[in-house]
Write a new protein. Structure first.
Length: 318
């Protein structure tokens, strides 16, 4: 009982001045109050007050950003939190022999996009320098475009080799700088952005709109509003269910059962996704908690958003 009453009294304290909310609780209990609070999370004014630093997107918890500018051949390491971005160091880099925009195995091109570091290799061949950070290429978005290949790393310069002007598709930095990066970062809390431009053109209003959109989508999902829920998705959707038609049919069947659901999003990360087509694409990663009578899930949710007719839509979901 104690675990229930503490948040209950906090809620009453916060909203004691709101007569409508108190009347709703008096007449309908906590269930209706919860719905009102879920609806309040859609309010852009709420997110506008929370969002301050948007240089590389928005990160609910601190992150290291390794920003690779392939045009100027420069890597810059930043530490990002809600309120500020701190530049830690910069380094020259080299990229794939045949440039950027990797599509297939052995095309000697470096991929453009947002990648996680999934491993660190301390024992590598001398041609990779002292160590290598393994990137998750191809990621979900790459695979949706049938891009293949593997072994894209951020590594060092070849030891004892004079030609250090290109790679087979990786990003390489001078060994001293790579070792400095290794000492500064927690690679499990790092994102690598490989961009053809140093200007990501991020607007605060886009971040605020995305946060509002995510919680509106959650609201429709939680309260079984299928028509508005499905309208949050692009007709060009790709997901674990397949294309939009398959997704539509699967979700309509699930919604028809009207399960009572608990859905929470935490540790939200919103990153602009560089691309050669210069489209406005956003990568959203978050921790999702979902509980219903038929299923409990607690893990990562990854969305890719695009704007269609002026409104954000879920374009890829994994």
């Amino acid at each position: 009982m104690k675990r229930f009453f503490i948040p209950f009294f906090i809620v009453l304290y916060l909203f004691a001045s709101d007569e409508a909310i108190l009347d709703s609780y008096r007449k309908n209990g906590m269930k209706n109050l919860e719905k009102k609070l879920d609806l309040a999370l859609i309010d852009k004014n709420y997110w506008d007050k929370k969002v301050k630093n948007v240089q590389f997107g928005w990160y609910e918890n601190p992150r290291y950003i390794l920003f690779c500018d392939t045009k100027d051949k420069k890597l810059t390491l930043f530490f990002v939190n809600k309120n500020e971005t701190k530049k830690i160091l910069s380094s020259s880099i080299v990229i794939g022999k045949d440039g950027i925009g990797k599509e297939k195995k052995n095309d000697f091109k470096t991929p453009i996009g947002v990648y996680k570091i999934v491993d660190k290799k301390d024992k590598v061949e001398p041609k990779y320098g002292p160590l290598a950070f393994v990137l998750n290429y191809p990621n979900h978005l790459d695979r949706s475009f049938n891009r293949d290949g593997y072994g894209i790393w951020l590594h060092g310069f070849p030891i004892g080799c004079k030609d250090k002007s290109f790679t087979k598709g990786c990003v390489a930095a001078p060994n001293d700088n790579l070792l400095k990066i290794d000492k500064k970062i927690d690679y499990k809390k790092s994102i690598v952005i490989i961009s053809p431009s140093k200007d990501l053109k991020i607007l605060k209003r886009d971040i605020v709109e995305i946060l509002s959109f995510l919680h509106r989508w959650r609201y429709y999902w939680k309260y079984d509003d299928f028509d508005n829920y499905i309208n949050c998705y692009s007709k060009d959707l790709r997901s674990s269910y397949g294309d939009f038609k398959n997704f539509f049919n699967e979700k309509k069947d699930i919604f028809s059962r009207r399960y009572k659901k608990n859905i929470r999003f935490t540790n939200i990360k919103i990153t602009p996704y560089p691309n050669l087509e210069k489209e406005s694409i956003w990568r959203v990663e978050m921790d999702e908690f979902y509980k219903a009578p038929n299923l409990t899930f607690e893990g990562k949710k990854i969305l890719y958003l695009k704007k269609e007719d002026g409104a954000f839509k879920i374009w890829r979901e994994y």
